[in-house]
Design a protein around this ligand. Structure first.
Ligand SMILES: Cc1ncc(COP(=O)(O)O)c(C=O)c1O
Length: 365
């Protein structure tokens, strides 16, 4: 089997990809001379302003090292003792964070879901535990957009989920590790507020690493949303505003405060500028759509519809998967069903898709 650490572009994950040249250039610019530590630098104020432009005045951005850390920081600011977070059984929080939220004292209530989405019924069910001393108290609903199965919530679905959560006194966190792909899929830059701040999301982990950054994510708070929402129960509105007050301390306590912050924020400034981040997400999505078009006629793959974002989950016999990995590496997804994941990145080119599709035909059919 070829090494997962191959230098050719693989179909393994968007975090196998390198750094976009504009990001590298801004890192070099940030490396000239000294700058105030902990965010008092011009790169950080530039990126903060860009986030306010995109999500509206009042948006507060906190730059962090990574996705797991960003999620744990966000949830820590939203939760107190005995609190719990509702999420899907497929969520990165639940499956891929090695219990980091639990280590921070946050109980996860992972609910079964065929498409990796949480429903209003799930919220209503867990809300029944509110006020029961013997049960962890549901405080937050965490949605992943796009989900870990490559599905998307519509803006309307997110609005309904936020309304339901707020009515029950819960707040809403969004894990947007791939928010660029969701934004590109749902209508581009003009759409992003509709499924985040305008839908009622309280806190968003905004991904960078999977979309051309070397490393780094931003946790965004939307107090402007909390201020205008009518549906919040009083205490949930207060909790949303209190989470923002706690955020600087929660970030430090969860070890996500970069002292040389400019090296994270300069990366964001580079991709937020001219909405490059959306173009990169669109590029990854288009590569997945091309791969689907090229191979979906092979019925054994079970690929019935074009991907919403940048991943496909075909069925491939293990011996064929091993041969294909000699061409280009990818990960297994569900070995019990011989499902694998093919994921494209901001830098996947049509020639990569063509060569891979040709290998799929040669090996699988
Ligand atoms: C949905 C989701 N959330 C968060 C992350 C962030 O993970 P990391 O801690 O590796 O940056 C990932 C990365 O795979 C992810 O897929």
């Amino acid at each position: 089997m070829s090494s997962p650490f191959a230098t050719t572009r693989s179909f393994a994950s968007d975090n196998f990809a390198g750094v976009h040249p504009a990001v590298m250039a801004n890192l070099q610019a940030a490396n000239l001379g000294h700058a105030v530590a902990y965010g008092g630098d011009v790169f950080t104020s530039d990126a903060e302003e860009q986030f306010e432009r995109i999500f509206g005045a009042g948006t507060k951005a906190f730059f962090v090292f990574g996705g797991t850390g960003g999620n744990v920081f966000a949830l820590s600011s939203l939760c107190g003792p005995g609190d719990a977070v509702l999420c899907s059984q497929w969520s990165h929080l639940h499956i891929d964070e090695t219990g980091a939220p639990e280590r921070a004292g946050i109980k996860l209530l992972a609910v079964p879901s065929a498409d990796a989405k949480v429903t209003t019924k799930d919220i209503e069910r867990v809300a029944g535990d509110l006020g029961v001393m013997h049960h962890a108290q549901p405080r937050v609903v965490s949605l992943t957009q796009p989900t870990e199965l490559g599905t998307l919530y519509t803006p309307e679905e997110i609005e309904q989920l936020c309304l339901c959560a707020h009515e029950h006194g819960l707040l809403v966190h969004m894990d947007g590790a791939r928010i660029a792909n969701a934004t590109a899929a749902l209508g581009g830059i003009a759409s992003v507020r509709s499924f985040t701040v305008d839908a009622g999301v309280d806190v968003l982990t905004f991904g960078g690493t999977k979309n051309g950054l070397m490393y780094g994510e931003a946790v965004l708070y939307f107090p402007q949303g909390a201020a205008r929402a009518h549906t919040y129960k009083d205490f949930s509105q207060e909790n949303a505003l209190r989470a923002l007050r706690y955020a600087p301390y929660a970030r430090k306590q969860t070890t996500q405060l970069p002292s040389k912050m400019r090296f994270v924020s300069a990366q964001f400034a580079a991709v937020l500028n001219n909405d490059l981040w959306v173009q990169l997400g669109a590029s990854a999505n288009e590569a997945s759509a091309s791969l689907f078009e090229a191979v979906h006629a092979i019925t054994s793959l079970g690929l019935t519809h074009s991907p919403g974002v940048n991943s496909l989950y075909p069925t491939v016999a293990p011996e064929h998967a091993d041969q294909l990995r000699e061409v280009s590496f990818f990960w297994d997804w569900d070995t019990t069903q011989h499902r694998v994941r093919w994921m494209t990145s901001w830098d996947t080119e049509q020639s990569d898709v063509g060569a891979f599709a040709e290998a799929v035909y040669r090996i699988v059919t």
